[in-house]
Design a protein around this ligand. Structure first.
Ligand code: ATP
Ligand code: MG
Length: 406
């Protein structure tokens, strides 16, 4: 087969009956798995590139290219097989996406993903974008040397030292009070380049999920209110109990401005902090469907995964209307060990899914991971109900069943 296939950026990539249409995903985690479900339900076939075949997306995709994310043969095979490629996590090497872009339609593209991969580039972009978005990131400084630590302005402390690359779920982050703390944390991270962010007094956290098509048309989902625990998303509630109409509009307008400035194609989620005085601070963006957008599967006309399929296939974007109030609870490996001791695999116990599923409005999503570990995302459950209070009531009962302290 030819290395470069003719592909007009103006034509939609339709699922065809007589000759299967393949969509590709870089990465084989749960986001890739839920993407595959959505793509398959629309009639596409899905190929996943992932180093380990036994991965959440690999269990459902029609084809797995077993290769590392920078393997030229694997990337070539994916490009030849697929009409379009997307990514399910932001740490795919930008050079791999660049390679794919020469051969196949890629959304989001390498330049957008590379900004989100690097906290310094991301913050710089948010600052540049502020005249359009109306929001600024937290005060911050790059820490690449001990001299940078000496030069820290006092006002940045206490703060959080975050690695510039590869951070997720609060990993690669250390809370620091003093300059000495920064020095110790920087040394403990072996001197990799970090970003020091001022610790802000958060009233609550929100995220805005957007999608933008290749034609520049964008949609914005209802704002989601997020609660984190130990740096990991715990619950997402939509509509958010704390979110005012003014805050929602400001965050949604900011997100729309940000995706337009990026020239982005695909689903993108932007996390914001809301401070005690009601002001909005932009935290970070994820160039892909996001954990806080999982509620869209069960509560919106078009899920974030179906939206990603539409964007990468250059189809019209779907309606984002939410038809039910919703609460999403992440299910971490911890719930297998309630009453047991950490690290003792024999102590793992399957949670009572039958009792969870008996709760009103329950939609259980498990990711097919067979080794529960603490802090590992194993699944989520979304409760939908006619009122938010009813959904929250189911959430409370689920926490009790799973042994999670609310
Ligand atoms: P993920 O990829 O899971 O969203 P991450 O590891 O990239 O997380 P952040 O989103 O930057 O990290 O931070 C994780 C959480 O830590 C935030 O949701 C927030 O609760 C807290 N946090 C981060 N930065 C700040 C800050 N400057 N001030 C106060 N709290 C913060
Ligand atoms: Mg985050």
């Amino acid at each position: 087969m030819s290395d470069s296939k003719p592909s007009s950026p103006l034509l939609s990539i339709l699922p065809l009956a007589e000759s299967p249409t393949w969509l590709g995903v870089m990465g084989g985690g749960q986001l890739g798995r839920m993407f595959a479900h959505a793509a398959q339900s629309m009639g596409y076939r899905v190929a996943v590139l992932e180093p380990t075949v036994k991965c959440p997306a690999g269990q459902v995709a029609e084809h797995v290219v077993e290769a590392s994310y920078d393997d030229a043969t694997g990337l070539h095979d994916l490009a030849v097989q697929c009409e379009a490629v997307t990514t399910e996590f932001e740490n795919v090497p930008a050079s791999s996406l660049e390679y794919l872009e020469k051969r196949v339609f890629v959304a989001p593209n390498a330049s957008c993903v590379s900004i989100a991969q690097d906290r310094i580039a991301e913050k710089r972009f948010f600052v540049e974008c502020a005249p359009h978005s109306g929001v600024m990131p937290a005060p911050h400084a790059t820490i690449a040397s001990h001299a940078d630590i000496d030069a820290i302005e006092d006002d940045l402390l206490p703060g959080i030292l975050k690695t510039v690359r590869m951070g997720y779920d609060g990993k690669g982050q250390v809370r620091v009070r003093t300059r000495e703390d920064v020095r110790a944390a920087f040394d403990a991270m072996n001197g990799v380049t970090c970003l020091l962010e001022k610790m802000l007094p958060l009233a609550y956290e929100v995220s805005v999920l957007t999608a933008r098509g290749h034609d520049g048309v964008s949609v914005v989902y209802p704002i989601a209110e997020n609660v984190h625990r130990d740096g990991i998303l715990f619950t997402t509630t939509v509509p958010g109990p704390n979110v005012s109409a003014a805050c929602a509009k400001q965050a949604q307008d900011a997100a729309t401005a940000i995706v337009a400035q990026l020239g982005y194609v695909g689903v993108l989620c932007i996390e914001f902090f809301v401070l005690a005085d009601g002001s909005l601070v932009v935290n970070e963006m994820a160039p892909r469907p996001h954990n806080s957008g999982h509620y869209t599967i069960d509560a919106c006309v078009t899920s974030q995964f179906a939206q990603q399929v539409r964007a990468m296939a250059r189809l019209p974007l779907g309606e984002v209307r939410q038809h039910s109030p919703a609460v999403m609870l992440n299910i971490l490996g911890d719930v297998w060990f309630e009453g047991g001791s950490e690290g003792d695999a024999t102590a793992a116990r399957e949670p009572a899914w039958d009792r969870i599923l008996a709760l009103p409005g329950a939609n259980l999503h498990l990711y097919g991971k067979d080794d529960p570990r603490r802090a590992r995302k194993m699944g989520h459950v979304t409760f939908v109900a006619p009122t938010l209070e009813q959904a929250q009531d189911s959430l409370r009962q689920a926490c009790a069943i799973l042994g999670i302290t609310e």
